[in-house]
Design a protein around this ligand. Structure first.
Ligand code: ZN
Length: 239
């Protein structure tokens, strides 16, 4: 990979990692994530790259193959649900996977400095942040403290859901995931340029808490994400 996030490392250090080949293509990175999720769903995780040897091998630099912009929900631990380890995923999480300036900057860092080829927006069913925003909109009351900022960030998705006639919570979550994908690309010309050049893709995925399976709900470029998820036969094959 041409972008070697090697800050603090020693030039010329021989990497002895046994990790999978460096994934610089969006489609390969996506396939790796889907494969890991299938292992997790099937109860047969490999727990790759979590041993002391790998810890030492990646200490001189990182080459994560995917950025995960996920909800902070404690049941949505990225390395667990995608069966990955140290150095694999660059994870940015906020309640309701909101996309403010620090999130955008973190994504841009991973994509441009580390050369990460895939950005995943990861939401989930029964999301508390989306439910809180819906309750706030329904009652006309704003939550106290900084929680209001989370609700405000989700409200545009609620308005979009209302305009589209979607009122079930999981349908709203799907719209919010797609909205977050659009926000990332709309607010970050840097990311949009990387996608336009074919060096990166952005996929929105929804995770089901009970089943543990992800399914794609949005993708840029269109048609990028394909996923045949046995655990969720209703999932779209392509987005
Ligand atoms: Zn959530």
């Amino acid at each position: 990979m041409s972008h070697a996030g090697n800050a603090g490392g020693q030039p010329g250090t021989q990497r002895t990692t046994d990790r999978a080949p460096v994934l610089s293509e969006p489609s390969r990175a996506y396939a790796e994530l889907v494969a890991g999720n299938r292992r997790f769903v099937g109860g047969a995780p490999h727990h790759p790259n979590q041993d002391a040897g790998h810890r030492a091998a990646v200490a001189d630099g990182q080459h994560p193959f995917a950025v995960i912009v996920g909800c902070s929900d404690s049941r949505l631990a990225a390395e667990i649900i995608f069966d990955r380890g140290l150095g694999d995923l660059f994870v940015v999480r906020t309640a309701g996977h909101t996309a403010g300036p620090e999130v955008l900057g973190s994504v841009e860092y991973a994509v441009t400095v580390l050369g990460t080829p895939l950005v995943v927006v990861l939401g989930h069913d029964l999301c508390g942040a989306v439910q809180a925003a819906r309750e706030s909109a329904a009652t006309g009351t704003a939550p106290s403290g900084h929680l209001g900022a989370v609700v405000d960030a989700v409200l545009p998705s609620l308005r979009r859901a209302e305009a589209e006639g979607v009122d079930d919570i999981d349908g709203i979550v799907d719209i919010h995931i797609a909205q977050t994908v659009e926000t990332l690309l709309g607010q970050s010309p840097v990311l949009a340029d990387e996608v336009a050049r074919g060096r990166c893709a952005v996929v929105g995925m929804s995770y089901r808490l009970a089943a543990g399976a992800v399914r794609p709900v949005a993708a840029v470029p269109a048609g990028f994400a394909t996923l045949d998820t046995p655990a969720d036969p209703a999932a779209p094959a392509t987005v």
